[in-house]
Design a protein around this ligand. Structure first.
Ligand code: ZN
Length: 354
């Protein structure tokens, strides 16, 4: 299965990749290296893998091995060198289900997908420089702190939709009058201001789609409750690719919420069922960080036939320069625009953030 991956850069330079569901995991049938069975195909697999791993990560990328299927001195010492950097038992051998092959799968970006694929620029940089950036603890702390705020705005959005719900039917919206209906009026005004719902002669299907999207966002966020957020913010994770820092503030795969945990982002090789936040987001205001996260969440919970993408292709984040293009969208486009979902949630939850 193939779907598009959307990454949203502030400057509007959008990065497109593809998620793949069938993952190639590094696998060997017998042990390779010192005292191993050393079957030719297995040795070749390990030699190629070592070549794909940067020297910094213990691989042989800087001085590639000849992929000849023969476990000679060079191959064996490359295995030992890799082990010294990545595992505790240094025996010069890679076993089919051992710690070394598991570590190699991780070094290769999770699933052994060829991350050096052409075009993405995500491969090993010229001069053998690692394509990975060290994990910045500040980003992890930021993500954990951000999660609470994201939940606040998503709940606030859902609350506003609950208030509006009794007044949405298959005919043009009639706003209720009277002091007791003030909250519902405000909710309907908010829906109008962001999604133009008041312009529709039958707002019901659009409202249903908006509601489903935010409910799914709430469900997606609950995934993070299952694990200790300090150890594993499993939905939002830090970006590890240097190149993505220049391309995006965050990236994810459209419909990632519905993909199997084995699906990977093509060319990047990382799980497609996550939202990746870039370090550059640290420099932004908190409102902007929350907004970017909700924008990605909207992509993440959307899927065919209801795809939420970037309806505005140039300047895909809402700012004073791009505002006219966002305003010009038709109501049916607005309910498919990730940035509009971010805007609605931030407006709904703004007062609750401090
Ligand atoms: Zn986007």
């Amino acid at each position: 299965m193939e779907i598009n991956c959307l990454a949203c850069a502030r400057d509007g330079g959008c990065f497109e990749a593809t998620a793949i569901d069938d993952v190639v995991i590094l696998r060997i049938s017998g042990s390779v290296g010192a005292g191993g069975m050393n079957k030719t195909p297995d040795v070749s697999i390990i030699q190629k893998a070592l070549n794909d791993i940067s020297a910094e990560d213990g691989g042989a990328a800087a001085a590639p091995l000849k992929v000849d299927g023969i476990a000679g001195t060079l191959t064996r010492s490359a295995i030992t060198r890799y082990q010294q950097k990545n595992v505790t038992i240094i025996d010069g051998r890679v076993d089919p289900n051992g710690p070394t092959i598991r570590a190699m799968n991780e070094s290769l970006g999770g699933g052994g997908v060829d991350i050096v694929a052409a075009g993405s620029g995500a491969g090993v940089a010229k001069g053998g420089k690692s394509p990975f950036q060290p994990l910045d603890p500040k980003v992890v702390t930021k993500i954990v702190g951000l999660l609470a705020k994201i939940r606040v705005v998503i709940r606030a959005a859902n609350f506003q939709l609950d208030l509006a719900s009794p007044f949405i039917g298959t005919k043009k919206i009639v706003k209720p009058t009277g002091p007791f209906q003030a909250p519902a009026r405000l909710a309907l005004n908010l829906l109008d201001a962001v999604f133009d719902l008041g312009k529709l002669s039958n707002p019901s299907p659009s409202f249903h789609n908006i509601r489903t999207a935010y409910k799914n966002m709430d469900v997606a966020l609950n995934r993070s409750f299952e694990t200790d957020p300090l150890i594993a913010p499993i939905l939002f994770v830090p970006n590890k690719f240097v190149v993505m820092e220049t391309k995006a503030a965050a990236y994810t795969s459209a419909g990632g919420a519905f993909l199997s945990s084995k699906a990977r982002l093509k060319k990047l090789g990382v799980p497609a069922d996550r939202i990746y936040l870039c370090n550059n987001l640290l420099n932004e205001s908190e409102i902007h960080q929350v907004s970017v996260a909700v924008h990605e969440l909207a992509h993440f919970v959307s899927g065919r036939p209801f795809l939420i993408d970037d309806q505005v292709k140039t300047g895909r984040m809402l700012n004073s320069a791009s505002k006219p293009s966002f305003d010009a969208l038709k109501p049916e486009q607005k309910i498919r625009s990730a940035e509009h979902y971010a805007f609605f949630a931030v407006l709904a939850g703004f007062r609750r953030l401090d």
